[in-house]
Design a protein around this ligand. Sequence first.
Ligand code: THU
Length: 135
Amino acid sequence: MNTVSNHLLLSAAAKVRLNAYAPYSGFRVGAAVLTDDGTVITGCNVENASYGLAICAERNAIGRAIAMGYARFDTIAVVAEPLATPCGACRQFIVEFGKEIRVICADANQLDEVREWTIAELIPESFDGSKLPRQ
Ligand code: THU
């Protein structure tokens, strides 16, 4: 059961969003991952002069969590202004770690107006890595 509230998680995402490096799009995004032991790990988007290299906030947060030794996630919160749902690449990245992960999204100025899904709802029929051949 979640001990960390939606609001706390969205607040963490809103805070890290302010650190986003987004000089090209001007669109700042913050994400906060809640691990199964209640730890909150954040990430923001990081853009580049070579536009295609931009890293989304969601993948940054999950990458940081993995680097810290976490791989079981309960929820990922995403805050932007206006509200944004995870892009397709991020959906596939999130579902790698479980179809039941909750995704909650809010506008940075309205953290109490939350939209919520499971990641499986956002990416039905996602690519299933268990089908890959092993060497
Ligand atoms: N972006 C995210 O960080 N997460 C999303 O789910 C959608 C898009 C970023 C990527 C880029 O830096 C900017 O928003 C505009 O696309």
